[in-house]
Design a protein around this ligand. Sequence first.
Ligand code: UDP
Ligand code: MG
Length: 314
Amino acid sequence: MKPQVSLVIPLYNEESVFRSLITRITAVIEKAPMSCEVVLIDDGSSDATQELMTDQAKKDTRFHCVFLSRNFGHQIALSAGMSRALGSEALFILDGDLQDPPELLEEFYTHLKNRNDVVYAIRKKRKESYLKKLAYSTFYRFLDKISYVKIPLDSGDFSMISRRVTDILVQMPEQSRYIRGMRSWSGFNQIGVPYERDAREEGNTKYAFKHLLKLASEGIFNFSEFPIRFITRLGAFSVLISIVYLFTVLYKRIAYDAVPEGFTALLIAIIMFSGVILISIGIIGEYILRIFFQSKQRPLFLIDKEIINGEETK
Ligand code: UDP
Ligand code: MG
């Protein structure tokens, strides 16, 4: 029989938290009023995560493990887990580093049963460095201003999603995936639940600054037309300035017979506008790149093996 709820947890080199993760997860599903499975996705880990997962899945059949063929990144690993999860009512999505307390399972489930399709967590407080917090909050507010889908402020992937919305998200053919954006886009009844995001329990963040930037740009370029419209406005503004300048020069020439000079001004203008043009091309490139990847239609991820009910399938 299919479990009612699947807990979906991507893991990438998480050997140091694995034990405490399993302890807390097991305690939660033991006392949960519904039947649960735990979908662990190995995103190409190179430490002991794979062995630990295999042991766990063989020991306890509630654990359903999916091993990807290599590291595909958090959002893709999550997509893989979502597509393999069996939960007939809902998926409970959380990080493997215990930053998202699994104990909220029942509370989320109650909200879901209350005719909600998406229950997402809103971070009240982040236990992170001041700079990181500032960067996050600035980014989310900026994204909120420019995106055409209202993505709730300070919400992450930590959420519970109903079976029907899961099916929609899994079927969405987008190659560049920003799950929280796609989730908001789907609509239906969505509700935010405030919680306190804990600090990572063990190990280091798998998101280097570079990856955070990538995630941010996924949000911006996949859910906003702002960058490309901004270029047009910037172009229009430059033209306007040059026209004003042209008339000033003409006026000076006619009224005072002054010849324009200023080699430096010329140089600055050239450098500045070359920069503007290059940036604009780069922005257009971001969209083209997405079209490029989309048109290749590669599978999002490859599964190496899977363990369901303690049995390995290839
Ligand atoms: N993760 C993953 N693949 C990656 C990077 C991270 O599956 O390429 C997992 C990681 O194991 C964790 C979750 O995604 O369970 C969130 O990662 P992390 O805690 O490093 O991100 P942060 O919380 O710092 O944003
Ligand atoms: Mg984390």
